[in-house]
Write a protein that binds this ligand. Structure first.
Ligand SMILES: [Zn+2]
Length: 146
């Protein structure tokens, strides 16, 4: 089991270097770098790269939340509400990405754009829940034809 990050020592008004952020949240430097790649907002223009305490805290909170609450097939995780939400109007965009597909929808509560990756073979089943708009399909068909 990987050690889980802790929040108690992180000061929201401070900026941390990668190794300070790792120290204070109890994870490795590598984990912090991985988080930055996965979307943790860092000031990468700065040397060294700095991460704001409050940003780090909310990133860890969202991660915990995501682990705790498994999404139903018709739900997305809204980063702003920090809860599972249904897409506004049931409208979902589906963009193919190799064997995966990326779903995009708008939170029915706060209008924030929500994303959710999904395995390609599960896309068809989504038509039961959503008003699905497929993207990338057309270009693939024309490629196959030529
Ligand atoms: Zn929301």
């Amino acid at each position: 089991m990987p050690k889980s990050a802790k929040l108690s020592g992180i000061k929201s008004l401070r900026c941390y270097t990668i190794s300070e952020a790792a120290d204070v949240s109890g994870v490795s430097d590598r984990t912090i770098r991985a988080w930055i790649k996965q979307g943790l907002t860092a000031m990468t223009d700065e040397r060294p790269t700095l991460v704001r305490g409050d940003v780090l805290i909310s990133y860890i909170q969202v991660q915990r939340q995501g682990r705790k609450s498994r999404l139903s097939p018709d739900e997305f995780y809204c980063l702003k509400c920090r809860e599972a939400r249904k897409p506004a109007g049931g409208l979902v965009d589906c963009e193919k990405d190799g064997t995966r597909a990326k779903l995009t929808a708008m939170c029915e509560v706060c209008d924030t754009i929500m994303h959710r990756p999904i395995a390609q073979e599960r896309v068809a089943a989504l038509n039961d829940f959503f008003d699905l708009t497929l993207r990338g399909e057309a270009s693939e068909t024309s490629k196959a034809g030529s």
